[in-house]
Design a protein around this ligand. Structure first.
Ligand code: NAD
Length: 448
């Protein structure tokens, strides 16, 4: 099939590349010329494991191309995939300006029947809005299909090739059949429904996952106070098939380009029909508070943050991505700067993106976890990159001024940390003090 994907970000680029790998002819369009120039040269503007290899292969085999010329790309395509951003607007609602613009540009370029498939996450009713916009501009016939995207950054290629399900929302049987055949190589689990339900499935899924995260984080906070271990609690809960083990890792809360904005958008979608989504409002509030547990633990161990040097391990909102959108690191580092700290930052991939959003004379960029630990009064692990699991913690401890670690992702086992000389805080698990002597030493730090 001939496909055109509009928006070559995390979703559009990965989807376009994977569809080309399945044998389709795909043109990826973006209105940022630098992105397209990079892609034409074989450079990938985002970090996503496995993506570069697939781009090289499918470009070479002439199934994949990149352009800023939306009009030409629309004319060539049978199916047009909308994958532009739907960021959060000031009141929490999804900002649909990129959707509207893409719809108008598609309409102006149409030269015959097209299927328009929306992958962007859009509020209920948006596909009807797209239909109205397009039919107000062109007389050519078209069908609208909502196919919400469920890939996760960091494993986007694997997720695209192995989806749990494909949801197809449309009122037109012929269009549904075409979109089913496009996805059949990926899975048998294709769920065809109406457009509004498809739009809602995406928000409901993300809201439910966010709820699971905030739920386990609250359990973790209670565990800290009652002396239980949240990892063991989650393990015991996860054996129950009705609950399942995934999304029960306690930590500093969710971030990224989806959960924060999609939860807030769903609260607004509900609000627009005068429904107060109380549960989801609490999920958002709990998530917002959770990241500041790191600061509380620093204060607990150091007494004051003023004039301290704090190392930050991990800036991306999750491992295996360079994306820092809504990453907890942004708020935690801002809070540390406000409290008078010097902050040494390290991330394997995301440092440039982080510094583009937040830069400050008291932020020191480091090239390794060790570098970001040297002479620090404490380190905070905010993203659980594999690399951090493999560091030599004895060497790290020796390099620090005070061997204090706040592990925001429960990266290390308590058993392992019991053999290290850190004062080790994690989330929802008991504090580890290495020796009685060291505990006394830390108490002195606290008083000082
Ligand atoms: P993104 O910001 O990474 O990419 C969007 C791209 O669209 C940008 O490159 C932008 O330049 C381009 N664009 C905007 N308007 C355009 C136009 N008129 N013509 C051509 N290009 C245009 O966004 P993303 O993370 O890929 O997300 C896209 C959508 O998918 C959002 O609705 C998001 O909620 C949803 N989604 C994202 C993820 C994820 O993990 N990132 C997962 C599932 C769903």
């Amino acid at each position: 099939m001939n496909l055109t994907v509009i928006g070559t970000g995390y979703v559009g680029l990965v989807s376009g590349v994977c569809f080309s790998d399945l044998g389709n002819r795909v043109t990826c369009v973006d209105n940022v010329p630098q992105k397209i120039e990079m892609l034409k040269k074989g450079e990938v503007p985002i970090y996503e494991p496995g993506l570069k290899e697939l781009i090289d292969k499918n470009t070479e085999e002439s199934r994949l191309s990149f352009t800023t010329d939306l009009s030409a790309a629309v004319k060539e395509a049978e199916i047009i995939i909308i994958a532009v951003g739907t960021p959060q607007s000031e009141n929490g609602e999804a900002d649909l300006r990129y959707i509207d613009q893409a719809a108008k540009e598609i309409a102006a370029a149409m030269n015959g029947y097209k299927i328009i498939m929306t992958k962007s996450t859009v509020p209920v009713g948006t596909n009807e809005r797209i239909r109205n916009l397009i039919s107000g501009i062109t007389n050519h016939s078209f069908d609208i299909v909502s196919v919400p995207e469920f890939l996760r950054e960091g494993s986007a290629v694997r997720d695209t090739f192995n989806p749990d399900r494909i949801v197809i929302g449309t009122e037109r049987k012929a269009a549904a059949e075409k979109i089913i055949s496009l996805h059949t190589p990926l899975t048998d689990n294709i769920f065809v429904t109406d457009i509004r339900s498809a739009e809602m499935i995406k928000y409901a899924s993300n809201a439910f996952l966010a709820t699971k995260i905030s739920f386990i984080n609250e359990i973790a906070n209670i565990c800290e106070k009652v002396g239980a271990d949240v990892d063991l609690v989650a393990q015991g809960m996860g054996y129950d098939k009705r609950i399942g083990p995934s999304f029960l890792s306690a930590g500093i809360g969710y971030g990224g380009s989806c959960f924060p904005k999609d939860t807030k958008a769903l609260i607004q979608i509900a609000g627009n029909v005068e429904y107060d989504f109380k549960l989801l409002r609490s999920v958002v509030e709990v998530n917002q508070m959770q990241r500041f547990g790191v600061i509380d633990k620093l204060l607990d161990s150091l007494g004051t943050i003023q004039n301290r040097t704090i190392g930050i391990w991990g800036l991306a909102f999750k491992p295996n991505t360079d994306d820092v959108r809504e990453a907890p690191s942004l708020e935690i580092v801002s809070a540390l700067l406000e409290l008078g700290a010097t902050v040494k930052i390290y991330d394997p991939i995301a440092t440039n993106n982080f510094l583009n959003v937040l830069n400050h004379p008291y932020i020191i960029r480091c090239d390794s976890a060790l570098d970001a630990s040297r002479d620090c009064d404490a380190i905070c692990l905010l993203t659980d990159w594999q690399e951090f699991k493999e560091v030599d913690l004895d060497q790290i401890g020796d390099a620090m001024r005070l061997p204090i670690m706040i592990d925001g992702r429960n990266t290390y086992t308590l058993k392992d940390m019991a053999t290290k000389k850190f004062l080790y805080y994690s989330v929802g698990r008991p504090l580890i003090k290495h020796t009685h002597e060291q505990a006394l030493e830390y108490q002195n730090v606290n008083i000082g």
